[in-house]
Design a protein around this ligand. Structure first.
Ligand code: NAD
Ligand code: ZN
Length: 340
């Protein structure tokens, strides 16, 4: 089958012919229709330090996708041939304390589709049926293919009550932009989002941010005064992984504020802990999506009118995959989709 393979220990990704994956007793065989490029795929493409230590070579990568069930193992129940599915990319052990308590997103033994095991940038993908999520008919293939990063946005944004609250999002990448859309949709008042990339700030505005802030040009403190915020933000969603953005966020939170952290910093980050202590801040780390409450919420948010369509800015045929990776690398994109 045709697949995008991390075939060499150097920058790049290669379109190759690989064997179709084998279907285990509890697995689904999915014929891939659309995939999306994640920031993680860009790390793997660029072959940074993290990838060098993590990714087995050669391996098919990719974990954002939608496809159709074309085969299944003999133990699988609850799916039919022809079902349209996306899937949770974190494969959990099922045996550890958190798994057994139904907190699969906290599994200690998580492995990643397209990171630790073969991924979705291929004509066919095999995953445990447990990880598959049926896509309701009224949700498009385009949106279904980005459920994985949409789930990061939803998991983070819905960590704390946003109704009537003032929300600060640092980082207007695809996930930050989607989180802005979710925050507005569920009833936040001010949804202020920061970045240093004008293209992305424009995108976040289209998605529903009430104020965008280019922190290379404007001071958040001045923006807060301009929009009449005299105290501080109630909820912070850190979605940049940039230490200075996180420090700025802590400084701008109101007492009793709540911060959900999705962005992955490059290394250790020093912060002013007095901000956390004397303000009584709650800081929560976010990894992946809740299984499968986040998935349920994603479908119902879209069905209740959440408009995510502006975040999909580019689509390419799989033979033009290089254009897709170049577009993502340029920073001038939201989600980039590859059609199989
Ligand atoms: P992204 O890299 O596309 O977005 C990050 C954005 O932050 C970029 O637009 C960048 O211009 C912006 N930025 C740079 N400097 C900034 C500054 N000083 N202030 C504000 N913004 C600044 O990433 P993404 O795909 O949208 O993902 C967001 C973050 O979440 C990344 O750090 C990613 O690694 C992380 N992530 C975490 C998980 C998890 O499970 N915890 C899952 C997916 C992604
Ligand atoms: Zn587990």
């Amino acid at each position: 089958m045709k697949s995008l393979v991390k075939a060499k220990r150097e920058k790049g990704i290669w379109l190759q012919d690989t064997p179709e994956p084998e279907v285990g007793h509890n697995d689904l065989l999915i014929k891939i229709r659309k995939t999306a490029i994640c920031g993680t795929d860009m790390h793997i493409y660029n072959w940074d330090e993290w990838s060098q230590q993590t990714i087995p070579v050669p391996m098919v990568v990719g974990h954002e996708y939608v496809g159709e069930v074309v085969g299944m193992g003999q133990e699988v129940r609850g799916f039919e041939i022809g079902d349209r599915v996306s899937g949770e990319g974190h494969i959990t052990c099922g045996h550890c304390r958190n798994c057994r308590a139904g907190r699969r997103h906290l599994c200690r033994n998580t492995t990643g589709v397209g990171v630790n095991r073969p991924g979705a940038f291929a004509e066919y993908l095999v995953i445990p049926a447990f990880n598959a999520f049926k896509i309701p008919d009224n949700i498009s293939d385009e949106l279904a293919s980005i459920f994985d990063p949409f789930g990061n946005a939803v998991h983070t944004a819905l960590s704390f009550d946003l109704v009537g609250e003032d929300v600060l999002i640092t980082g207007a990448g695809p996930i930050g932009a989607m989180a802005a859309a979710v925050a507005r949709h569920v009833g936040a008042r001010h949804v202020v989002i920061t970045d240093i990339n004008p293209y992305r700030l424009e995108l976040a505005k289209k998605m529903g941010a009430t104020r965008t802030v280019d922190v290379s040009k404007e001071d958040l403190k001045d923006v807060m005064a301009e929009i009449g915020m005299s105290e501080g933000f109630d909820v912070g969603l850190e979605m940049s992984g940039v230490p200075s953005a996180f420090r700025d966020m802590l400084d701008k939170m109101n007492n009793g504020g709540k911060v959900a952290m999705l962005g992955i910093p490059p290394s250790d980050v020093a912060i002013d802990w007095n901000q956390v202590i004397f303000k009584g801040l709650v800081v929560k780390g976010i990894y992946g999506r809740e299984m499968f409450e986040t998935w349920y919420k994603m479908a119902s948010l879209l069905q209740s009118g959440l408009d995510l369509s502006p975040v999909i800015t580019h689509q390419f045929d799989i033979d033009d995959f290089q254009k897709g990776f170049d577009q993502m690398g340029s920073g001038e994109s939201g989600k980039v989709i590859l059609n199989w």
